[in-house]
Design a protein around this ligand. Structure first.
Ligand SMILES: *Cc1c(COP(=O)(O)O)cnc(C)c1O
Length: 361
């Protein structure tokens, strides 16, 4: 069987070109006589891999010089703890709860200080982004925290919250590099790469330099201090070396595609194909308010659990994989990250249209 169209929310589809290149280099990377998996992270060859990856990422996102880029481990979930441990100087932080990942981050922060949930969309199963133009931001908040693209619920902030001068911290795991962003609007931007960039095991954190200090909560482990990693260019200990190498290849791929503005246009075009169909369908409906729709994760339902299950099974038989929705939303979810070709979305819509014709009573 050949490759399928993989709509998984993460770990997720990677560009085929990248996988082929990695396969070609598997036994002998660039004349080194060994695989990237086998080489010392202190070697000249590897140093070049990680430095080039950072340089390309900086170029893609236009990261200002006063921001550090760190390649970390422990998944996005470890950032839920590292952020309060490193940034909660007043032991106060404000969280906007737009889904499970934001809620988990909020709960983690409650361990370390006073975390305030200043807005939430839980009342409507996280199907929208709350109005964040005039929130009750705490006077002494060390930061305001958001999850910018909600992987499970399929919402995305189209406008950043008004933090009233406080530092903005954003989890961009599932929209990382899907469109340009203005890094200087944030104090911290981070994401696990297994959604839109690379293999699981790498987290990229981009942080304004003045926020990286030794003034962290007492008892913070060395490995959980940003300063440890920033001071050592992500080589304090053995980094997730192979994962970073693949991320580097994806950065090169994104550059060859024309960069993030081009990716944004491609992603908008792909998402439009699916949303337009959902808006005209008599069987399928999107679960999110139109203004807040994500370009990356598209949940939809038929309203009939058995029909949903039938759809997922029949789609899988057609090579359209991993369309089952998250258990808290039900139905289906199509994740259409950077590496999902437009042809994959078109095939999905064609299948949905056929399914509708056959099953509509
Ligand atoms: C997947 C995901 C996480 C959790 O990532 P792990 O690497 O599994 O810890 C956090 N935030 C968002 C937005 C995600 O999509």
């Amino acid at each position: 069987m050949g490759r399928v169209y993989n709509f998984s929310a993460g770990p997720a589809v990677l560009p085929e070109e990248v996988l082929k290149e990695a396969a070609d280099e598997m036994l002998d990377y660039n004349g080194s006589g060994m695989s990237v998996m086998e080489m010392s992270h202190r070697s000249k060859v590897y140093d070049d891999i990680i430095k080039t990856a950072e340089k390309d990422l900086r170029q893609l996102l236009g990261i200002p010089d006063n921001y550090k880029v760190m390649f970390l481990q422990g998944g996005a979930s470890t950032q839920f703890a590292m952020i309060p441990m490193n940034l909660m100087k007043n032991k106060v932080a404000d969280y906007i709860i737009t889904g499970q990942w934001a809620k988990k981050a909020y709960k983690e922060a409650c361990i370390y200080g006073k975390a305030n949930a200043i807005a939430s969309s839980e009342d409507k199963t996280f199907s929208y982004i709350p109005d964040c133009s005039d929130l009750p931001v705490s006077e002494d908040a060390d930061y305001v925290y958001i999850c910018e693209n909600n992987t499970i619920y399929g919402t995305k902030y189209k406008k950043l919250p008004n933090t009233k001068g406080k530092i903005l911290v954003s989890d961009v795991s599932s929209c990382f590099l899907s469109e340009p962003m203005n890094i200087s609007d944030y104090g911290v931007v981070y994401g696990g790469v297994q959604k839109n960039i690379g293999p699981a095991g790498v987290v990229i954190t981009i942080m304004r330099e003045d926020l990286i200090t030794d003034d962290v909560l007492p008892g913070t482990p060395t490995m959980l201090k940003y300063k440890t990693h920033a001071d050592n260019d992500s080589l304090y200990n053995t980094p997730p070396a192979y994962g970073i190498y693949i991320c580097g290849k994806v950065f090169k791929w994104l550059k060859s595609m024309g960069g993030l503005q081009v990716m944004k246009e491609r992603n908008e075009e792909k998402a439009r194909v699916l949303y337009d169909f959902l808006d005209s369908s008599k069987m399928f409906t999107g679960t999110v308010v139109k203004e807040d729709r994500s370009l990356m994760n598209v949940p939809f339902v038929t309203g009939d659990k058995e029909l949903d299950a039938k759809f997922v099974a029949e789609a899988s038989a057609e090579g359209l994989e991993n369309l089952k929705g998250h258990r808290t939303v039900g139905g289906m979810r199509a994740s259409i990250y950077n590496a999902m070709p437009k042809a994959g979305v078109e095939k999905l819509v064609e299948f949905m249209s056929d399914f509708e014709k056959k099953n509509l009573k």
